[in-house]
Design a protein around this ligand. Sequence first.
Ligand SMILES: Nc1ncnc2c1ncn2[C@@H]1O[C@H](COP(=O)(O)OP(=O)(O)OP(=O)(O)O)[C@@H](O)[C@H]1O
Ligand SMILES: [Mg+2]
Length: 314
Amino acid sequence: MMKNFSIAKTFGINAPEHMTVDGNEQTSNRVPMKIPYVFQKDLTRDVLCWHQHARSSDGLFLFGLPGTGKSSVVSQIANRLNIPVYQKTVYRGMEFADLLGFYIKKGDSMEYLPGVLELAMGYDGNPGWLLLDDIDRADPGILSGLHDVFVSGIVEIPEHGSTLLKAKDGFRFVATGNSNMQGDNTGMNPSVNRQDLALLDRFYKREVDFPNPSVEFDILKTVSPTVEDLLPKIIEVANHIRNAHRNTTDAVMISPLTMSLRDTQRWAQAIPWYAGAEKPLLDSLNFAMLNTCEEPTKVAVRKHLSDVFGEQYV
Ligand SMILES: Nc1ncnc2c1ncn2[C@@H]1O[C@H](COP(=O)(O)OP(=O)(O)OP(=O)(O)O)[C@@H](O)[C@H]1O
Ligand SMILES: [Mg+2]
């Protein structure tokens, strides 16, 4: 059964009271788990607008640096609206058939296990969002297969006696990637392919950047409340690192390091464990992200740390 959800009430964002979006009355085991999540107005608006207006032929493409919050905005909005999400991470060499099902032996007979695309289209009566992470790594075969599904709303399942499956109401397609699908022009994402413009034409497109400092403060406070007073400076260090990455236009000179929301969460959570260490901020940062970096990167980050916190911490 469908249900209308008030945007303002469900997501705690500033929206007109009468604005609602569709969702399901009941949850199911393919609805993503709820995590403590801070809904940002603009990003939430765009995902809801796509969900409400896209037909199965219009996908949503979220792109941006690693750890900016692309996958989690999808899973948390789906959670609040009780929408099943069928997720798969794309890898180079993956084939369109990997989105479809296959037979397994069960006792004396064979049983068909549907794939993510069929499930999202409603194969077993529970249609929802197909989420393909890292779609910019896809080889052309997958994308042309998907393109055909968008155009026709139908997929042919060769393994299943060439059955034709028609997308049920509620099927949507969302993809994430670290590039804008134009290929890798920085040398930082060598596994990214330049994608076909006809396919890109089928998407709503939204860049996801790091949240502003006050939102990141709220995010970090929920995972590490005991270091609340340090959070503004932690976020400042993170933004120095992110800006250094963004602002270098020279592909040779580009700072290889960025600082994801996963990194800031790990750092904030590690700090209390380093109380009493000689350099608690630096040691916890090393553990959270720096230990595998090259020496010049470590030196650059120590500089950001001492600029923000003071030399005695480095
Ligand atoms: N608005 C938010 N509120 C709370 N936590 C958040 C928020 N946005 C992101 N996070 C957390 O930040 C981390 C990174 O987010 P997420 O996995 O969505 O990033 P991503 O952009 O999909 O990264 P990648 O490009 O590596 O796939 C996760 O732990 C996620 O739960
Ligand atoms: Mg992701």
